[in-house]
Write a protein that binds this ligand. Structure first.
Ligand SMILES: CC(C)(COP(=O)(O)OP(=O)(O)OC[C@H]1O[C@@H](n2cnc3c(N)ncnc32)[C@H](O)[C@@H]1OP(=O)(O)O)[C@@H](O)C(=O)NCCC(=O)NCCS
Length: 184
């Protein structure tokens, strides 16, 4: 049984960081992550299915500084970092959109060099178990392009189930978005 608490603290996610999770750790994003952050966010393979706008260094510094808004209101994205445990270098991030009092949409990105090792799975599972469950979240959603096989596999391994699919226009191209959900 999990202990829950009201979702009212100003920085409910940051207050629980860092979280150790095997080869990775979850921690707050920092402005000194800017080079690693820009490196993976600028990789076309990592950005392919993401709705990001291209970011210059100054925008990235602002983004990193404001990554976890306080308070975390409905409609706000909060981003937390995935760092390599051995040297704390930033490998990726997890985005958490507060969609309702107990509902969060998750997104995740990992540098290509860190993929294929189970590290995204370890990081997102720790985020769910150690951050979202204790905060009383009961409904999680992931939305991904149907062609994004790695993302679908990850969500499925985390226990998310297909809920719906929708044809959308993304970057001028018609594609299908799949929504997966997990109830806690
Ligand atoms: C989505 C994304 C984070 C998944 O990363 P990932 O590294 O493939 O995910 P996992 O951590 O679950 O790793 C799984 C892979 O590691 C392999 N692996 C190797 N060692 C492993 C281990 N010890 N434990 C678990 N898996 C291991 C698995 O076999 C699996 O490979 P496969 O997918 O070829 O079968 C990554 O593809 C990414 O950043 N994509 C770009 C951004 C994006 O599109 N995000 C989703 C939109 S929200």
């Amino acid at each position: 049984m999990h202990t829950t608490e009201p979702f009212t603290t100003d920085q409910p996610l940051l207050a629980r960081l860092p979280v150790a999770a095997g080869a990775v750790r979850l921690r707050a994003l920092r402005t000194d992550d800017v080079d690693d952050f820009l490196a993976y966010r600028s990789d076309p393979e990592v950005a392919r299915y993401q709705g990001w706008q291209p970011m210059d260094r100054d925008s990235a510094l602002v983004f990193l500084h404001d990554a976890a808004p306080s308070p975390w209101r409905l409609g706000d994205w909060a981003q937390i970092g995935i760092a390599r445990a051995e040297d704390d270098r930033l490998l990726g991030d997890i985005g958490l959109l507060r969609e309702g009092p107990a509902q969060v949409q998750l997104g995740f990105s990992l540098a290509r060099s860190a993929q294929g090792r189970g590290w995204a799975h370890t990081a997102v599972r720790a985020c769910i178990d150690r951050l979202l469950v204790p905060l009383g979240m009961t409904r999680l959603r992931g939305i991904t392009d149907v062609r994004n096989a790695a993302s679908l596999r990850l969500l499925s391994r985390l226990g998310f189930l297909h809920a719906s699919r929708e044809d959308v226009v993304f970057r001028g191209e018609t594609c299908t978005e799949v929504t997966l959900e997990r109830c806690l």
